[in-house]
Structures are given as structure tokens and as C-alpha cells.
Design a binder for this molecule. Sequence first.
Ligand code: PEP
Length: 248
Amino acid sequence: MPVIAGNWKMHKSGEDAISLARAIRTGIADGIHCQVALAPPFTALAAVANEIKGTPLILAAQNVHWEPKGAFTGEISIPMLQDIGCGMVVVGHSERRQYFGETDATVNRRVRAALNSTLQPIVCIGETLAERESGMHHSVVEQQLAGGLDGLTGQDLLRIILAYEPVWAIGTGRTASPEIAQEMHGAIRRWLSGKFGKEAQEVRILYGGSVKPDNIDALMLQPDIDGALVGGACLEAESFLRIIHYRS
Ligand code: PEP
């Protein structure tokens, strides 16, 4: 089943978080044809969990540490996220890579830890504009896949969700065309197929990067696009609901 995930980033607290979650809950009352995940900031997880209890909405965190507990000031562990009701966690978002020193090796530690728990990791990959313009985009993404998924089995692959997010399309309003996105999604699936085998056909590969109500339908028509990771357009219920109710 396709996945539409909303990454709230460092937005929404208190009543704002509750009312956004409530509006999404109300807007899906007639049913959804995909899995929908909400990834509010850590401080809003409990309030959003309370708001979406008993609905098909999935609570997701934006990051997680690989150790279950210990002297790691400022970090949040998997048991903490499970305790609060998270079912998914975003790992390796390009903003974490760009500003907070995330590497393929640390992505791999987070992914493995999540796979040893009930949390489903949404693993983000994607090239910068300079990498695409110099023709390195495929090798960059392959390197991120090789490093981030190192040591995983085909069975593990079935439990992860990938998100291809070209950095040049994130928050810029410059979305990849459906054809450009499909070309990379197809390449990712071929790479996974070579490494893991038949499970690659089933792994869900989300597209992320300026997904909006007016481009979601065309993106979802592509054969290897299995959903979307949405930033800016998930902060308003109306636009996120239109994306959730995409037509294809
Ligand atoms: C994101 O942060 O994952 C993202 C895709 O952001 P935006 O939709 O704003 O480009």
C-alpha cells in the first residue's frame, strides 16, 4: 500500500500541533487508500498520539538514536518512541546529513536499531544539485544505499521504506518532474534488486521534494513511486489532505 508521510520538521507546538492533527483526522474520516504517517517534532508526539488514537494514522518521529538508553544528552531512544506510540521513524533526512553530521554509517546504525524493534524506518537518500549537474547523482544515491542498508537482508528490506528526496527539490518549490523522479526510482529498484533480489519489487520508494496538491497525482502515476514524503505542504490540513486523497 502506498505511504504518504508528513514531515513537520521544526514546526508546530501546543494547540497548533493538536489542531493540525485533529483536522487531518477529521479529513480522513471517510477512509484513506494509503498509509498516512505524521511526523511532528518530538515535543508534540504525545499530543498528536492522543489526537490520532484509534485512527489509521501512524505516528512517526523525525530521528532516533541507536542505543536503547544511556548517557547521550539530547537524544531520544527507540523504547521512548515506542512508549509514546510511534510506528515509524524518519532516518537520514538530508537536513540531518547537511547540518547535523549524519553519515551513511550513522544512518545504518539507526536503521539496524529500528529493524531490531517494531519501528519502521523511512530511510532518506538523494543527491544535491551540484552532484546532479556533474552527473554523479546515480553514484551518490547508490553509495547512500550501500552504506545505509549495509548488512540488511531481503527480509529486512521488506520492513523499510525508502524516500528518494533530491536535495535540490526540498523546500525549493522546484519539484522533480514525474519523469525525472521515475527514472531515479527505477534505478534505485534495479540497484536493490541486484543486491537483495526479489524483495526489491515490494519495497516502497517514496518521492520527496516540493510535493504539492498540484503535482501529487502525476507523481503517483509513475510505476516506481509508491508514495510521498511531504514537508511544507503537510503543515496545512487542506493541502496535506488533498495529497493524501491523490488521484491516480
Ligand atoms: C522534506 O523535508 O522531506 C520535504 C520533502 O520537504 P518539502 O516538501 O518542503 O520540499
